[in-house]
Design a binder for this molecule. Structure first.
Ligand code: ADP
Ligand code: MG
Length: 649
């Protein structure tokens, strides 16, 4: 493919990764800092002294500023993707960042914008920063542009969330060839598609989310039978628990309320995470930190105590697992393989719970843990990317089937929901239902597309609205309106309505209610390009100014140096004149003129610099000679050098 490589991207809530296919093996591409995981954090540096636009940072750099300037960083943005203002507001209760002041919470079509320092961004724009970082990492690795990607999304992501992810890709300059469900990607990474058949459970416990998916494999084809989970359950809950316990002990044992020391709480959180990670492989871990009152908080946590503490958190994954099996009409005995995904599945107690939930040991089975649980989704995305790039051989005809997480339908008379595609239907899917009018001579029909399991439209999630217009007036009940739902391979929904007697049709592109319009996406892309240029120009100017200031400072001191007297009058005049020119240019904004002026000044002072250097060398040598003479009397050392120096004196 002339376009170059297609990469696979896991755009995670906590961490994101990019991977590619090296021969037959998927591998993760490391960042400049050598780490495979890019924390999904975006931060805005403080505004520079000259008032220019602050720099946006991503990943580990951004995570550091999350600690120093929590109000200037955004994390877990995946939770906000494709969501409406009110949903985002509800979600933000858990986070320190907030919506931009001018967001109209009553306008359902408004895409929320999050305030980040002085700037505001929509969730897809924030995700685009993360994707751009991954794209850059890949480009640096290949030494060539990367323009196409496969991005993974949770199996339960709805239409708007999928669309928002695609938008983010576009803003980052990536053509998203396919969105793949995370559990499907994990199964691909393990090459489970090569097995003839079986039922696979993918248990994914990450930083802040838990997902369980049941896949069915038949003749090398995956079908997602069911999905379940908890959108607020993961490693963060364990961190919070350990922090809360430590805070409590510090208060009772040391009489210090650390909660009023933001830095100390952050430090404590870091120790808690370190302790948690240690406890995944060792029998005990310890906390040791200095308190603001000078005392030390020291605490040893044995594995047994830790496991007791976290048991209630882990236990919360059991319900969704049982529900997913029930939805798929399966028993643990029907599950042939279990794949562990997510950093938190490194916890031995999690592995034991999984063993128990799926009755593995008793059946002589083990869960798949050979691949890094935090890399496995990205690796699978790379496998899928390779298939789409057309270079796959054996897996060429691999088709991926996924499932709709919630039922889809339209609002019918009386505000009830008419389901058209039931939940857990495999996709791509299409279904058609027939409707009619309820009013005499009705010429317009309002189609309200809904998602959810509840009976009443008001209790379901509104995805889109559109009107079928121009139906010839007929008696109520006579028109025959066909509503067709089509979900494509990316899980994106399109709805069409057609009155069959008259042939009147509304070929309406359903825009998710909370999605961005094409125009908005385009303008955001333009915006980021515009600013990228502006940022670049600003940086050039700042650099040019620094350079000019450095040389001016040196020229300022020149007349005091003995070498200045060795220059001709002309040379001195030229330097003085150019100095004034550079001083004037420094106050302006013309980068090119400033650089040209600086170069001229630099050239004019070159001979002076040489003279200064020789002077420095000769005095250094003189000093050394005298020292040496003092140390080693009678020896002839460095004889020629004082001569050379004399020439200039
Ligand atoms: P996400 O899919 O949410 O982006 P990851 O799969 O990268 O997240 O998992 C991140 C979580 O895994 C964090 O809570 C992190 O602390 C946890 N984690 C990583 N390594 C370990 C370990 N060795 N033991 C326990 N938890 C771990
Ligand atoms: Mg993940």
């Amino acid at each position: 493919m002339s376009e170059g490589r297609v990469v696979g991207i896991d755009l995670g809530t906590t961490n994101s990764l990019v991977a590619y296919m090296q021969g037959d093996t998927p591998v993760v591409i490391p960042g400049v800092d050598g780490s495979n995981l890019v924390p999904s954090v975006v931060a805005l540096d403080p505004v520079p002294a000259d008032g220019s636009r602050p720099t946006v940072t991503v990943g580990n750099t951004a995570r550091k500023s999350l600690i120093q300037h929590p109000e200037r960083a955004i994390y877990s943005v995946k939770r906000l993707m494709g969501r409406g203002v009110s949903e985002v507001q509800a979600e933000l209760k858990f986070f320190p960042f907030r919506l931009a002041d001018d967001v109209d919470a009553t306008n359902l079509n408004e895409v929320p914008r999050i305030q980040l320092g002085e700037m505001r961004f929509t969730p897809p724009e924030i995700s685009a920063y993360i994707l751009r970082q991954l794209k850059r990492n890949a480009e640096r690795f290949f030494g060539a542009p990367v323009t196409q990607a496969v991005i993974t999304v949770p199996a339960y992501f709805n239409d708007a969330q999928r669309q928002a992810t695609k938008d983010a890709g576009r803003m980052a300059g990536l053509e998203v060839l396919r969105l793949v469900n995370e559990p499907t990607a994990a199964a691909l990474a393990y090459g489970l598609d090569r097995k003839k058949e079986g039922v696979i459970a993918v248990y994914d416990l990450g930083g802040g989310t838990f997902d369980i998916s049941i896949l069915k494999l038949k003749d090398g084809i995956f079908e997602v039978l069911s999905t379940n989970g908890d959108t607020h359950l993961g490693g963060d809950d364990i961190d919070n628990l350990l922090v809360a316990i430590a805070l409590d002990e510090i208060r009772t044992e040391h009489n210090v309320d650390l909660r009023s020391h933001a830095d100390a709480v952050q430090a404590l959180r870091k120790s808690a995470i370190d302790a948690k990670i240690t406890l995944s492989s060792k029998d005990a871990a310890s906390f040791d930190m200095e308190l603001p009152n000078g005392e030390r908080y020291q605490r040893e946590i044995p594995r047994a105590v830790y496991e007791q503490l976290i048991a209630p958190v882990l236990e919360r994954t059991a319900g969704p697992c049982k529900q997913a099996m029930a939805d798929a009409n399966l028993e643990p005995a029907d599950i042939s393989e279990v794949v562990l995904v997510g950093g938190s599945t490194r916890i031995p107690a999690v592995q034991r719970l999984v063993d128990q939930l799926f009755n593995l040991t008793a059946r002589g089975k083990k869960p798949h843990t050979e691949l890094n649980p935090d890399e496995v989704v990205a690796l699978g995305a790379a496998v899928q990317a390779d298939i789409l790039a057309g270079s796959a051989k054996a897996t060429e005809d691999l088709l991926l089937l996924d499932v709709t997480p919630l039922s889809l339908g339209i609002e019918a008379l009386g505000g009830v929901v008419a389901k058209i595609i039931p939940r857990n239907s495999t996709i791509p899917a299409s279904a058609t239902e027939h409707f009619t009018t309820g009013v005499e001579g009705q010429t317009n029909v309002a189609i309200h597309v809904l998602q959810g399991e509840r009976e009443m439209a008001k209790d379901c999630r509104s995805l889109a609205r559109f009107d079928l217009k121009g139906i010839p007036p007929m008696s109520a009940g006579l028109p025959r309106i066909e509503v067709k739902f089509l979900i494509d391979a990316d899980g994106i929904l399109r709805v069409t309505a057609r009155e069959q007697r008259s042939g009147q049709e509304s070929q309406i592109e359903v825009k998710p209610t909370y999605g961005l319009t094409d125009e908005q996406v385009e303008s955001m892309i333009l915006d980021s390009f515009d600013h990228a240029e502006e940022d670049f120009a600003k940086r050039l100017l700042i650099e040019a100014r620094l350079e000019a200031e450095t040389i001016l400072a040196a020229v300022e001191k020149a007349p005091k140096h003995p070498a200045w007297q060795l220059l001709t009058d002309d040379e001195r005049l030229t330097i003085d004149a150019l100095k004034s020119v550079v001083q004037i240019l420094l106050a302006g904004e013309d980068v090119n003129a400033l650089r040209a002026g600086t170069v001229s000044l630099d050239q004019a002072t070159r001979r002076f610099a040489e003279l200064m250097m020789e002077d420095a060398v000769s005095s250094a040598i003189r000093g050394k000679t005298m020292d040496a003479a003092g140390d080693e009397l009678g020896k002839e050392i460095n004889a020629p050098h004082p001569m050379a120096a004399a020439e200039f004196k």
